[in-house]
Design a protein around this ligand. Structure first.
Ligand SMILES: [Fe+2]
Ligand SMILES: [Fe+2]
Length: 173
C-alpha cells in the first residue's frame, strides 16, 4: 500500500524530525528528573507533560509516514543533558531546545515546499503553529525564573508554574 508517495528529500526530513521529537521527549524527561531531585515538583510535572507532548508529536510524524506508505525508522536517541547549576539553566536549556526544534520543523517544511508535497506541507503547518506556542511558553518560563531568582521566589514559582504555563503550553488542558 504505497499511499500518496513521498519523495526521498521529504522523507529524509520528516524521518529526521520524527527522531528529533523522540529525543526532545527524552530531554524533557531529564529536565523533569533534575527538577524532581531539587524538590521543584511543579517544574517536574510540567516537564513530564512536555515529554508526553513530544511523544505525541513523534506519533504524528510516524502516522504521516505510515499513511504515505513509508516506514518510520527509530534511531538511537542521544543521552540528554542532565547537569544544571540552577533552574534558570534548565529553563534556558528548554528554550534553546525549542529554538533548535523550530528550525528543524522549518527545514522540513522547506523540503515539502521545494518538492511540492502538499500533504506534508499541511501536516507540517500544524507543527509550525505548535512551535509558536512552544517558544512563547519557553520565553515566559525564562523570564519568570529570572524574576523569581532575584526575589528568591523559585519555590513559590514552582507552586504556580503549571497554572501559569499550562494553558499556553497545553492548549488549556
Ligand atoms: Fe515537538
Ligand atoms: Fe516542544
Amino acid at each position: 500500500m504505497p499511499g500518496l508517495p513521498i519523495k526521498p528529500a521529504v522523507l529524509t526530513e520528516i524521518q529526521r524530525q520524527f527522531n528529533h521529537e523522540l529525543s526532545a521527549a527524552h530531554a524533557y524527561t531529564a529536565l523533569a528528573q533534575w527538577c524532581a531531585a531539587q524538590n521543584l515538583k511543579g517544574f517536574a510535572r510540567f516537564f513530564h507533560k512536555q515529554a508526553g507532548e513530544e511523544r505525541e508529536h513523534a506519533q504524528k510524524f510516524m502516522d504521516h509516514l505510515l499513511d504515505r506508505g513509508a516506514s518510520p525508522e527509530l534511531l538511537a536517541i542521544p543521552a540528554p543533558r542532565t547537569r544544571f547549576k540552577n533552574v534558570l539553566e534548565v529553563a534556558q536549556h528548554a528554550r534553546e531546545m525549542e529554538q533548535v526544534n523550530t528550525a528543524g520543523i522549518h527545514q522540513a517544511y522547506e523540503a515539502a515546499l521545494a518538492e511540492k508535497d502538499y500533504p506534508a506541507q499541511v501536516a507540517l503547518q500544524w507543527f509550525i503553529s505548535e512551535q509558536v506556542e512552544e517558544e512563547a511558553w519557553c520565553d515566559e518560563l525564562v523570564g519568570r525564573v529570572e524574576a523569581a531568582n532575584c526575589a528568591g521566589g523559585a519555590s513559590s514559582l514552582d507552586r504556580h508554574l503549571e497554572k501559569i504555563l499550562d494553558a499556553k503550553a497545553h492548549g488549556g488542558e
